[in-house]
Design a binder for this molecule. Structure first.
Ligand code: SF4
Length: 398
């Protein structure tokens, strides 16, 4: 079984197709979001801060900012993607400086704990048979007063999660397991997230019950990934940062036409077909409304003139008004009483039949026993079903 990381598992949960492209097919792309680039630069700078301290070198804030700006310049590349249209590289570089300054002012001279490691690589198993192997990097591990070990994670995002999110966070929970596997004597671990943009920390710790649940859930997820044969695309706001739009059936065409000049774009066969389809559907809706209005007018005319046949130029319309017996529909309030009366009279079988839509739901969601589903499935068959759903483009897609 391959070695898994938290980010690998999250990618599968966010979008199975993206996971497949990255980890099963090993397709790597140079493109990265500016947010990720900024995060890496800030992480590297804070790593230097603590690494140098281990050699008794206390950097001034200006030293760290000089280092940060140096690596920013050296590592910046053309494939860094900035999505926000009103922002440029300089805005993000300056934001990184601000985050480092905030952290520095809060923790300098950085002597409240002892750093054990920065960017510490962890490899461990969730089971004794070495089947469920995990890997990860801890931003910083430290030991503080009272022999408490702290797993630190730096966050540069502009989103502050809730305490509940922190208490359920898988990544640091897994690192907690990894540290205790490496050093079983460590009993007291605190998980600390530094939300630099908010100058605040979230702190959590894991009970042994929470650890057992985490191990169970992570193993289940790994089993699901290992057994997966289908890796469907799952659209979400994260698609805007996805590096595989050209390989994704949900984004491929948008990606292709985005690059075309307007005149070529309007002639592209897919664009032409969708434009034609939308225009015909609009016309169809308009005609349907019009047909309904004329139909009502014909009925009115027939009632008013007391006629059953109305002559046109080349054809005639015959108007028929019948009275039909109706019973409450499925969701009407009285329907259940009616059902009960018929069932009570032992006549249900004479007036009811199999609801195949409901049957499909029971089979697809495995709501019956395997044995019964297997028997029913002898009569089931897979048929292709098609649909076209039209929606407005989002601002960014426009
Ligand atoms: S664009 Fe979205 S749906 Fe497509 S692979 Fe990427 S994340 Fe998945």
């Amino acid at each position: 079984m391959p070695i898994y990381s938290h980010s690998q598992l999250s990618m599968y949960e966010d979008c199975p197709l993206k996971y497949k492209l990255r980890y099963r097919e090993g397709i790597k792309r140079a493109a990265e979001g500016v947010e990720g680039f900024l995060g890496t630069m800030v992480h590297d700078t804070l790593k230097k801060c603590y690494d140098d301290l281990r050699f008794t070198k206390a950097n001034a804030l200006s030293d760290l900012l000089a280092y940060y700006n140096g690596i920013w310049q050296e590592k910046w590349h053309d494939s860094v993607v900035i999505l926000k249209e009103d922002l440029v590289e300089e805005h993000y570089r300056a934001l990184g400086e601000k985050l480092i300054e905030t952290y520095y002012k809060r923790f300098a001279p950085f002597d409240s704990d002892i750093t054990i490691g920065t960017e510490m690589s962890l490899n461990f198993s969730l089971d004794d048979q070495n089947r469920y192997r995990m890997t990860g990097y801890i931003d910083r591990l430290s030991r503080t007063q009272g022999d408490v070990h702290e797993i630190h994670d730096y966050k540069t995002s502009a989103y502050l999660p809730s305490q509940e999110d922190a208490d359920n966070d898988r990544q640091l929970g897994l690192y907690n397991i990894g540290i205790q596997k490496r050093w079983p004597a460590i009993k007291n671990i605190r998980l600390v997230w530094h939300y630099l943009a908010f100058d605040t920390e979230l702190v959590s710790h894991r009970t042994s019950e929470a650890i057992s649940n985490l191990v169970r859930d992570t193993k289940r997820l790994i089993d699901e990934i290992e057994a997966a044969r289908d890796f469907p695309p799952r659209e979400s706001p994260l698609c805007d940062w996805c590096e595989y739009p050209d390989l994704c059936p949900r984004r491929k065409h948008l990606f292709k036409v985005e690059a075309l000049p307007v005149n070529e774009y309007l002639d592209e066969p897919g664009v032409v077909l969708v434009n034609k389809y939308v225009s015909l559907k609009n016309e169809e809706a308009r005609i349907r409304d019009e047909v309904e209005k004329v139909r009502e007018a014909i009925l009115d005319y027939a009632r008013r003139e007391e006629v059953e046949v109305i002559r046109g130029s080349d054809c005639k319309a015959r108007v028929k008004v019948d009275e039909k017996l109706k019973f409450p529909r499925k969701n009407d309030a009285e329907r259940r009483e009616l059902d009960d009366i018929i069932k009570g009279a032992g006549k249900w079988g004479e007036v009811s039949e199999l609801d195949t839509t409901l049957l499909t739901r029971f089979v697809e969601n495995s709501l019956w026993s395997r044995d019964l589903i297997d028997q029913v499935m002898k009569y089931g068959r897979i048929e292709e079903s098609t649909s076209i759903h039209i929606s407005k483009l989002k601002d960014r897609e426009n």
